[in-house]
Write a protein that binds this ligand. Structure first.
Ligand SMILES: [Ca+2]
Ligand SMILES: [Ca+2]
Length: 407
């Protein structure tokens, strides 16, 4: 069924992040490079529905690097219901500094921050559960202070970058350098501890798990940078007359699409077919690489690595069905649609499926800010008083009451 949506609703951002639909990919030896990826349910689930813990989409499994300095941020604020927290992904850039997305820690939906905790190698240890099979030292630290880029704007998701300062250094855990070159066109490894699914259904209840698979494990996938957001959304506004500009001007946000292997779902490849010179000039025909992945809620703030350095931070996702706008509706979820699936839980086209766009904060563009943070030249804002943190920690014993807040 093709599901129509009024465009302004359908285009609502999911400022979240995401992990990626993990899809393990079958590479056909008969295909030319780039290899084709077929996202399969069997890379996430065993026959019968249990989680596939041998999947190479899991960090540290099947030859995939462990990314031991990437972990889960658990954030509580006064706008969340009692007993609820929001979860994001973060990476150590020093033993006390965790880089993440600003919308994770400075967001009206979270409210005034009450506590932040950062856990490696994944978020499971926050709930007293084994992190296996993700490898690495186990540690939990309190994030006692934050800073965000000065231009952070929840309305446009501009400058979606933050750093959390831990009250105590993490010892024996790797830290990562910043990528300072031109990331455009480069292949990257994206890492996240958020929700999961697979490309045909996205990360929602179609996985058989309410709201998508969410086990706080760390997953890794591959993709390539296709566009700068400013170029794409400026041209989109000019041709379609709809202002979806996200992330601010210039080169602060990178985009990539989540490919199924079919030209029909290759969002940026389809720009070649649009009779507009500006959009057509942005066409990138690339229908998938081995271990292709997108991101899903909870992957926000997670790193994208180029040459082993952090080149981007997961920020948001949006349906590629915006290219099907006919003046009234956009279309997703049908056999001929760009975006193959809609969110059965919310009705939104955006559910981290094939045929969607992922937005990433460009680290090289904001390297000066992070250098100032690393040099101790940026003032941090205290999160909670230490005494109140101790109370929060004590209260965490009743983990059963915790639920994820989708972001
Ligand atoms: Ca593509
Ligand atoms: Ca979708």
């Amino acid at each position: 069924m093709t599901k129509p949506y009024l465009p302004l609703f359908a285009a609502v951002l999911m400022s979240s992040a995401s992990w990626a639909s993990a899809i393990p990919a079958t590479t056909s030896a008969l295909k030319p490079i780039p290899t084709m990826v077929v996202s399969k349910e069997s890379d996430m689930l065993k026959p019968g529905g249990g989680l596939n813990l041998s999947s190479p989409y899991l960090a540290g499994v099947g030859g995939t690097p462990g990314y031991e300095g990437v972990g889960t941020l658990m954030i509580k604020g006064d706008a969340l219901k009692p007993g609820y927290a929001t979860y994001c992904t973060g990476s150590l850039i020093s033993p006390t500094l965790v880089v993440t997305a600003a919308h994770c820690v400075a967001n009206p939906e979270v409210g005034t921050l009450k506590s932040i905790q950062f856990a490696v190698p994944n978020g499971r240890i926050l709930h007293g559960v084994s992190p296996a099979p993700n490898p690495g030292p186990l540690d939990i630290a309190v994030g006692g202070a934050i800073t965000t880029l000065p231009g952070w704007d929840i309305k446009t998701l501009g400058e979606d970058l933050a750093v959390v300062k831990l009250d105590a250094p993490m010892k024996g855990v790797p830290t990562y350098d910043l990528f300072r070159g031109d990331p455009m066109g480069r292949q990257f490894s994206v890492v996240g501890t958020g929700t999961s699914g697979w490309g045909a259904v996205g990360a929602d209840s179609e996985t058989g798990y309410l709201g998508g698979i969410w086990d706080l494990r760390k997953r890794v996938g591959e993709n390539t940078f296709d566009e700068y957001a400013s170029d794409f959304y400026d041209a989109f506004l000019n041709y379609y007359g709809i202002d979806l500009r996200i992330g601010g001007p210039d080169k602060g946000v990178l985009l990539y699409d989540f490919d199924s292997g079919l030209a029909q779902n290759d969002v940026f490849g389809l720009l070649c077919d649009i009779p507009d010179p500006a959009l057509a000039s942005l066409c990138v025909k690339q229908t998938g690489i081995a271990h292709e992945a997108g991101t899903a809620p909870g992957d926000s703030g997670g790193p994208l690595f180029v040459d082993g350095k952090i080149a981007g931070i997961t920020s948001w996702g949006q349906t590629g069905a915006i290219l099907s706008f006919d003046g009234q509706y956009i279309y997703c979820g049908g056999p001929k649609d760009i975006d193959v699936s809609f969110d059965v839980d919310s009705g939104s086209c955006t559910d981290s499926s094939f045929g969607e766009i992922n937005g990433v904060t460009n680290i090289s563009y904001y390297a000066d800010y992070l250098d100032s943070v690393l040099a101790g030249k940026i003032a941090f804002q205290r999160v909670p008083e230490p005494a109140s943190i101790a109370l929060v920690l004590a209260g965490l014993a009743g983990f059963g009451a915790f639920r994820r807040k989708r972001k």
